[in-house]
Design a binder for this molecule. Sequence first.
Ligand SMILES: Nc1nc2c(ncn2[C@@H]2O[C@H](COP(=O)(O)OP(=O)(O)OP(=O)(O)O)[C@@H](O)[C@H]2O)c(=O)[nH]1
Ligand SMILES: [Mg+2]
Length: 353
Amino acid sequence: MSRIETLDARTVELLARFRTGAVPALARAISVVEGQRPGFQALLHEVMASGPQARRIGFTGPPGAGKSSLVAAAATTYRVRDEHVGVVAVDPTSPYSGGALLGDRIRMNDVATDPGIFIRSMATRGSLGGLATTTKEVVDLMDGFGFARILIETVGVGQTELEITAAADTVVVVLVPESGDAIQAMKAGLMEIADVFVVNKADRPGSARLVKELRQALHLRAGSALKDIPAHHGVDLGRALKRERTTDSAAQEVEDWPVPVLTTNALTNEGVDDLVDAVERHRSWLVESGQLEERRRDRAEGRVRDVVNRELQRITWSSDEVRRLLGEGVLGIAGGEETPYSVARRITDALLR
Ligand SMILES: Nc1nc2c(ncn2[C@@H]2O[C@H](COP(=O)(O)OP(=O)(O)OP(=O)(O)O)[C@@H](O)[C@H]2O)c(=O)[nH]1
Ligand SMILES: [Mg+2]
């Protein structure tokens, strides 16, 4: 694979250590990427050269549903099965507390010294969609580093966690009896994004009813009664709908994935083995049905768009001419001779010249 730019000496050295599997080099690479420091794109390019290998599993759901507890329990299960796990937890506020907490919850003797597990918590810093701006890049780094399973916890913010479909191969939606009924889940677009439903806090009253409702709702949906009803206006279900369309039109040799509804108690680990098994089964289905390839293509397209958007923004706002046009334009708007549209047009024309 070609280089996108000449690597500086520090990046070369970092890459070399990264490739030997030195955990501090992974941590350092993540800082470089999160800080978008010079050379971060070249670094990612090198790390991603061998393509995605890891199984990427997203956990989403309303605040307090038990996502972190379940991620910790699932990570523990994977370690017991001798799989290496990377965990990325997106925390709405602090970049550190969430990760530390998650580490505490992972019932392993030595999370700190076990090289088979790596936990990173990221702040969202106001980014929408339930992921931080660089979450996907950090997942790529963990993938390139060699973690076979990567668990991604999104912030539970209601409607906007749907971005997880763009980051994960398998999406686990975690609900609890307190988070409302199946109708609410449908309205929130969760039926479209869930590959596995988990009703956590199965020790609480109401969980059996929620399981039943969810199964009925999934059954209805499979019967296509609700197929043309948009899940929720304003929610971008682009990929989810596309996924459905292709499933409809293509002559399917592999059966549709029957979305399981499982129950767990993340505090006692009850049901967690079954959850991990379901995730692994979904993986096999993804491979056999060709959906994995399709999801990866969609993801690759999204990533190219993201990178182009980011580069265009950077190029735009770091240009002296643009800054000059913007400064003059703002005065023009204040004076009534210009509008934001005329100024923006002048700027884009200048950039395209
Ligand atoms: N009774 C019971 N409590 C649980 C269970 N799972 C998690 N909890 C508790 O529920 C609370 C929230 O759990 P978290 O794992 O932090 O939930 P979360 O979805 O990650 O929360 P946010 O990231 O803040 O949205 C904690 O006090 C957990 O101990 C469960 O299965 N049963
Ligand atoms: Mg959490």
